[in-house]
Design a protein around this ligand. Structure first.
Ligand code: DLL
Length: 436
């Protein structure tokens, strides 16, 4: 199937704003009628859908937050009955329970279109063979990329993540021309390709990378290592998955598909909308999502927008690379990790062998994230018997792995050896700054 949506992508801004206004009014009404949490928040502010006449009124609307997904777990924020929901995905919550999002058939179509717009912009089409090495499963990366690549008519290799040797062999044997994965995994693949000396056997020409922050330096290294042009893609499960915004052929910021999403930048402390060009927290409203729409969703990603027209002719606003987060979420090897999840696991470990004093140490060595968790043994357990220490460490690793989806290295440390703080405990030491 050929994909073309030029009319929407190059729509004059006035028209685009009109479209957004109409869609916002309808979405607010729909959510007010169908989503209890939103209705309650509107009522608390003394608002009804009649108070919202268009995008000029958006700042009147209440925010929504990641914790709402926990409070209404699993389906309490859905705006469609389950019989119309054809897919769910999930991502990390701030505690043990994951957050769950849903899609109708129309939502899946819209998602694929968002992805297809990007792929068309960067010249991916039916002559391409696309290896999707984002994880398939509850994570949105694999299926999101898959839908878009199929829509533009590429031949999709639904590889999923992991098994690096097989990834490289498949790329070579199947003649992959496009690669989708996290930038850190792309770098790892590049290193392995170099080690195996097989770069000249690759046919890759385009890479689409996202799900975690990455720098221009890393872009260069991946591009050289794999012999491709590397593009950035952004998204989050709560709003869609990959494809909320993506780079075009000019690689000068990621176009947010504004017919589907309203984007705002706010002051993360006061919630005030900031003037054009300011740096602050990204907030999204989904205009066309049916199963799981969000109104003014606080992403916690710190970013700024580019409102000047893009050379490509697309009129949709661009966002710069996110520079950090306004909460304590870490992205380790592409996986979202909250310190509170680790704390909960440690508190739930039976017996009095450990104390809830812990410290997370994250670093980047050879372009790969390292992830260590130091946990204090209790005075009662305190021992130098290596076997019992190893056994307990392994138990903790296993519990953390099943909650987080990735394994840290766990080190049991002596009682009272983790420095106590007079104020907030310093639970995270992130040494990756300047290395990503
Ligand atoms: O990471 C969706 C995705 C999959 C995006 C594949 C791109 C490619 P979540 O697991 O819900 O969804 O994580 C969302 O990841 O709030 C950002 O903090 C971060 N993130 C995603 N893309 C980028 C990017 C997917 N290109 C969270 N640059 C977001 C920086 C990114 N951070």
């Amino acid at each position: 199937m050929a994909y073309l949506h030029e009319k929407i992508e190059t729509m004059p801004r006035e028209e685009l704003k009109k479209l957004q206004s109409e869609r916002l009014v309808a979405q607010v009404k729909r959510c007010y009628e169908r989503v209890e949490c939103f209705r309650n928040r509107m009522n608390e502010l003394g608002l009804t859908p009649d108070d919202i006449h268009g995008i000029q009124d958006i700042s009147k609307l209440p925010f929504s937050y990641k914790n709402d997904l926990r409070d209404y777990y699993p389906y309490g924020l859905f705006a469609e009955p389950m019989e119309n929901v054809v897919r769910v995905h999930a991502s990390s919550g701030t505690t043990g329970k994951r957050i769950v999002v849903g899609y109708t058939e129309n939502d899946l179509q819209m998602w694929s279109e968002c992805m297809a717009r990007m792929l068309t912009a960067i010249g991916v089409g039916k002559d391409d063979i696309a290896q999707v090495s984002f994880g398939y499963g509850l994570f949105t990366g694999g299926f999101g990329a898959h839908g878009g690549a199929e829509m533009v008519g590429a031949t999709v290799i639904p590889m999923s993540s992991g098994n690096t040797a097989l990834q490289i062999q498949t790329m070579i044997d199947f003649g992959a021309t496009v690669l989708f994965c996290t930038p850190s995994y792309a770098m790892y693949l590049a290193e392995e390709v170099e080690r195996l000396g097989v770069k000249d056997q690759l046919k890759l020409r385009v890479g689409v990378f996202g799900a975690e922050p990455w720098s221009e330096d890393l872009r260069q290294e991946i591009a050289e290592g794999l012999g491709l042009k590397a593009y950035d893609i952004y998204g989050l499960s709560e709003v869609l998955g990959p494809g909320v915004s993506c780079e075009c052929e000019y690689q000068a910021g990621m176009h947010v598909w504004e017919d589907n999403f309203i984007v705002e930048i706010i002051d993360p402390d006061t919630g005030e909308v900031l003037p054009e060009g300011s740096t602050g927290e990204l907030v999204f409203t989904s205009l066309t999502k049916e199963a799981f729409p969000v109104i003014r969703y606080r992403t916690r990603d710190i970013c700024s927008l580019i409102t000047e027209p893009c050379k490509c002719g697309r009129t949709h606003v661009r966002m710069r690379k996110p520079t950090g987060r306004s909460d304590d979420m870490l992205i380790i090897r592409g996986v979202n990790v909250f310190p509170s999840q680790i704390e909960e696991v440690l508190l739930n470990i039976k017996g009095d062998d450990i104390t809830p004093n812990y410290q997370i140490v994250v670093d980047r060595v050879n372009n790969t994230d390292t992830f260590d968790v130091n946990v204090e043994m209790s005075e009662a357990f305190f021992t130098d018997d290596v076997k019992s220490i190893k056994k307990l460490e392994n138990t903790i690793v296993e519990k953390l792995r099943s909650t987080l989806g990735i394994s840290p290295k766990v080190h049991l440390v002596n009682p009272k050896s983790i420095v106590r703080s007079e104020g907030k405990a310093k639970r995270v030491i992130d040494n990756r700054k300047g290395k990503i």
